[in-house]
Design a protein around this ligand. Structure first.
Ligand code: GLN
Length: 203
């Protein structure tokens, strides 16, 4: 007998897997009932409901993207498909990157300063209130970028010392920390809710 009773749409979410922390994102997605697909080539973007761009090293990811002629395809994909960038993923999504300046997809109306909170050894875990329900959110920061400017349509959902660390602009979500490395799956749940809204034509 086939199972037809579920009213929840089934979500196929890409996880950019050129380099970095992509595996943990796939696990968070599976815990929430979505199907992850590792994205290594431009064709892997086809048919996805959304995409996660993980943390790692943005310069290295950029090099892979350019080698494979992937950059332009990804740029048009993130223009209109829900995308969640974490850490290096935020750097790739941003309109402007400083310290040092670096090419980016220019989709998210923010300026980010790379490695702004110090060296690897200064990476830290914080518990902070956010706009998400359910109490303080665990935030793992690893050589995080700092969002130093946000455009008028950007909504800040959580801050660290006054800086936005979780933000949303329309179909784009960005976290300068690593929600995939903690046990808390509320940020991924929030992203999947955005994807559902988009799929339903409400975003
Ligand atoms: N420092 C990295 C970069 O500039 C980002 C760090 C991370 O993704 N954890 O690309």
């Amino acid at each position: 007998m086939t199972h037809t009773s579920s009213e929840e749409p089934h979500l196929l979410i890409g996880v950019l897997a050129l380099q970095g922390a992509y595996d943990a994102h796939s696990q968070s997605l599976r815990k929430l009932g979505a199907t992850p697909r590792l994205v290594r080539l431009p064709d892997d973007l086809q048919g996805l409901d959304g995409l996660i761009m993980p943390g790692g090293e943005s310069t290295t990811m950029l090099r892979f993207l350019e080698q494979r002629g992937f950059f332009e395809t990804l740029k048009s994909f993130v223009h209109d498909t829900p995308t969640f960038g974490t850490c290096a993923g935020v750097i790739l999504l941003a309109k402007d990157v400083t310290h040092p300046a670096q090419k980016s997809l220019g989709a998210l109306d923010v300026t980010v300063e790379r490695n702004a909170y110090g060296r690897q050894i200064d990476s830290t875990i914080l518990q902070t209130e956010s706009s998400l329900p359910g109490g303080p959110l665990e935030m793992v920061f690893i050589r995080a970028p700092r969002i130093i400017h946000t455009g008028g349509n950007v909504k800040t959902l959580a801050t660290r010392g006054g800086d936005p660390v979780l933000i949303r602009e329309g179909h784009l979500l960005a976290a300068t920390f690593h929600p995939e490395l903690g046990h808390d799956i509320r940020v991924h749940q929030f992203f999947l809710d955005m994807v559902k809204q988009h799929k339903a034509g409400a975003l």
